[in-house]
Design a protein around this ligand. Structure first.
Ligand code: ADP
Length: 165
């Protein structure tokens, strides 16, 4: 057996991090030696993010400060290239619904085509978060809905402020 640390990347927009993301990251941190939460830098996406990548990373770092083997980093290259640069063995994704499954099946096959050495690992959403997405949270918050059980405390205030602008 290799003694190299087993590193996983958990990619996403995290705009902003929700309790559903934290659940997946926490569970991944128990399976791997190191987990890198890879934050998509907005420039490669068509839709503009609410928060800058730096801000999204700060939110993630505060939410995962108690997990010693988790860190967050931005990326703006192909995910498989980022994973290779970091020496990762796996890409970890959360699965909520059939719609996630369809999208992730396609992404997994494309990533496998590019890098057959990287394993994609899927963690099923916990039931209480299976409906939760960053876009849903933003939608609720825009209309004054209570998001206190959906995002960490340190995200709730900045989220309301950003959406009020
Ligand atoms: P979102 O769909 O919330 O904008 P991201 O693009 O930031 O999510 O997703 C990052 C990863 O986290 C993806 O693998 C996504 O499927 C997963 N994920 C997002 N929300 C949840 C949740 N509530 N439960 C489990 N996995 C989730």
């Amino acid at each position: 057996m290799s003694t190299e640390p087993r590193i996983a990347v958990c990619p996403g927009s995290y705009d902003p991090i929700t309790n559903g993301h934290i659940d997946i990251i926490t569970r991944a941190s128990k399976l791997f030696d190191e987990v890198i939460v890879a934050v998509v830098n907005a420039s490669v996406r068509k839709s503009k993010a609410l928060f800058t990548a730096e801000r999204r990373i700060d939110f993630i770092e505060e939410a995962t400060a108690h997990l010693d083997n988790v860190r967050a980093e931005p990326f703006d290259v192909l995910l498989v290239d980022f994973a290779h640069q970091k020496g990762a063995v796996a890409i970890v994704k959360g699965l909520r619904a059939i719609s996630d499954f369809e999208y992730e099946t396609e992404m997994t096959q494309l990533n496998r085509h590019l890098a057959s050495d990287l394993e994609s690992v899927f963690i099923m959403a916990s039931p209480q978060y299976s409906f939760l997405s960053s876009s849903g949270v933003k939608e609720l918050a825009i209309f004054g809905g209570d998001v206190s059980e959906l995002v960490p405390k340190h995200v709730e205030g900045p989220l309301k402020e950003a959406l009020a602008r």
